[in-house]
Design a protein around this ligand. Structure first.
Ligand code: TYM
Length: 337
């Protein structure tokens, strides 16, 4: 049956703390979208195990990430929030999609090539990572996927999987079963790390955590790279080439951003003064998020209840999709419990 409200799906890996790149590129958008669309957000632990990890640490990371999402403003009474491995249909559909995905397409994925270079031994799971991502999205027949820019190539593959499956198995064939999911990007779709060199990323160690204590945030911000042409305090700078300026645009109101640009161009402020103003702007956003996270940590049953209810709601949709998919492919229905 056709849905009337568009459905949003997105996921995030519990492979380290949620950082401001994740927040500005994706999670901030999730918070806004949940009130306008039917929204499903997933902590993708099956993706996190495609590279070496410590199984003793994973439960705490998964939980801490769920806490960060709720603290950032995802409301479990409005959106569905759950952990991927609690809904086994994700891997079931991924297997099916593996059978219609050419290996060459997976080997061409930029993220695979990057990650594979850093591994001693590359698992089939790492290669098939984007197939599981396609399954995550298509299991819920989602239309819109709010992500950062680095996920756009994976989403192209998800659309390709949807097209290929529809062409082969949809009945009638001119009525696509899976929608082709579109990425939704924010103005801050690619947040650079504090090194000013590469994308902010857990694996590069150039992040600011969403829940980091203020003194740690300042300790990281203080030495962060700025306009390299500003060697002396009296040198005028070019805001557009400075990563700190771009963070101002994300955390401060337009009047402050204008003031920052003028003070930089005229060498009115030094970089440290400029970073102080950024720090204050960040604190206005991050302070309340940290406070909510502390409340949630003190009430573990609330987080458990939200994730359990989320998994049950997700599973109802997932089972319906798998019934349709298996019937169209000539596979056996799930045995009753
Ligand atoms: P992950 O866990 O690496 O990142 C989660 C989200 O944060 C965005 N992001 C950024 N945005 C802007 N600037 C940055 N420096 C930055 N770093 C991260 C990511 O684009 C992402 O939106 N493969 C996905 C997880 C996933 C998924 C899905 C996403 C699994 N299944 C289904 C959408 C739909 C990933 O590794 O995200």
């Amino acid at each position: 049956m056709a849905r009337t409200t568009p459905r949003v799906f997105s996921g995030i890996q519990p492979s380290g703390e949620l950082h401001i790149g994740n927040y500005l590129g994706a999670v901030q958008n999730w918070v806004a979208l949940q009130h306008r669309y039917e929204s499903i957000f997933c902590v993708v632990d099956y993706h996190a195990i495609t590279v070496p990890y410590d199984p003793r640490e994973l439960p705490a990371r998964t939980r801490e990430l769920a806490i960060s999402l709720l603290a950032a403003g995802i409301d479990p009474d409005v959106a569905t929030v759950f952990v991927q491995s609690a809904v086994p249909e994700h891997t079931e559909l991924a297997w099916i999609f593996n059978t219609i995905t050419p290996i060459g397409e997976l080997e061409r994925q930029t993220q695979f090539k990057d990650k594979a270079q850093r591994q001693e031994s590359v698992s089939a799971g790492l290669l098939n990572y984007p197939v599981l991502q396609a399954a995550d999205i298509l299991l819920y027949r989602a239309d819109t996927v709010p992500v950062g820019e680095d996920q756009v190539q994976h989403l192209e593959l998800s659309r390709e999987v949807a097209r290929r499956w529809n062409a082969r198995f949809a009945a009638p064939p001119d009525e696509p079963y899976f929608p082709e999911p579109a990425p939704l990007l924010t103005p801050t779709r690619r947040v650079m790390g504090l090194d000013g060199q590469s994308k902010m990323s857990k694996s590069m160690g150039n992040t600011i955590g969403l829940l980091e204590p203020p003194e740690d945030v300042w300790a990281k911000l203080r030495p962060a790279v700025t306009d390299p042409a500003r060697v002396r305090r009296t040198d005028p700078g070019t805001p557009e080439v400075c990563n700190i300026y771009h963070l101002h645009r994300a955390f401060n109101p337009p009047e402050t951003v204008d003031l920052v640009a003028t003070q930089c161009r005229t060498a009115g402020w030094g970089c440290i003064e400029c970073k102080r103003v950024l720090f204050d702007g960040m604190e206005r956003t991050l302070g309340p998020v940290r406070a909510r996270a502390a409340e949630l940590r003190a009430d573990p049953s609330m987080v458990d209840a939200a994730l359990d209810a989320g998994a049950a709601a997700a599973r109802r949709i997932a089972q319906e999709t798998m019934r349709d998919v298996k019937a169209r492919m000539g596979l056996a229905p799930a045995a009753p419990l």
